[in-house]
Design a protein around this ligand. Structure first.
Ligand SMILES: [Zn+2]
Length: 185
């Protein structure tokens, strides 16, 4: 069987068309080459329109949902998730970002470090602000006690503890050196 591509007008064999059960002749109206080009172009357009948010979006999902991700333990591993609305609708996430101050170069930040990615817990900050927030986030008293206890028992390395508590290793070490948490009597 031969068929003409509606797009490029080349006359080709049926092998040059993707199958389409919904079409009368069982084939897509455009040839494979045109179909692939259209898909690539549409992906490129989504990416351009999202101003880099496609990467932001999938980075979050990776951290929260993919146990093979390096950051999973500090996110998904301790219950940090992405809200259903965003998880099921990429466009809803993009729209929220554009309406809430996103600009290329800014980073998404969770206001409450123990809560997930959702419209009420996210904002955009500069990388410098993000760094500052990370170092300022208050450690819970419980976390400090765990760090102190371990500093005596030495059952875990600081690295293991950092991953477990979802904080940087330098903060653990600061607590051990009594820099950030003074003993309260
Ligand atoms: Zn074609």
């Amino acid at each position: 069987m031969i068929k003409q591509c509606r797009k490029c007008k080349r006359v080709l064999s049926d092998k040059d068309f993707h199958k389409d059960a919904k079409s009368p002749d069982g084939l897509r109206p455009v040839c494979k080459r045109c179909a692939i080009a259209a898909a690539t172009e549409s992906k490129r357009r989504v990416k351009a329109k999202s101003h880099g948010l496609v990467d932001v979006y999938y980075d979050i999902i990776k951290r929260c949902c993919d146990p093979s991700s390096k950051s999973y333990q500090r996110y998904g591993g301790r219950g940090i998730t992405m809200c259903d609305e965003w998880l099921h609708d990429r466009q809803a996430f993009f729209s929220w970002c554009m309406a809430n101050g996103y600009a290329p170069g800014l980073q998404i930040d969770r206001i409450d470090n123990d809560k997930g990615y959702s419209p009420d817990n996210c904002r955009f900050v500069t990388p410098a602000e993000n760094q500052h927030n990370t170092s300022q986030t208050a450690l819970s008293e419980k976390a400090v006690n765990i760090i102190r206890g371990n500093n005596i028992s030495r059952r875990k390395t600081q690295k293991q503890l950092a991953e477990e508590l979802g904080v940087s290793q330098s903060r653990i070490s600061a607590v051990c050196r009594n820099k950030t948490w003074k003993d309260r009597k």
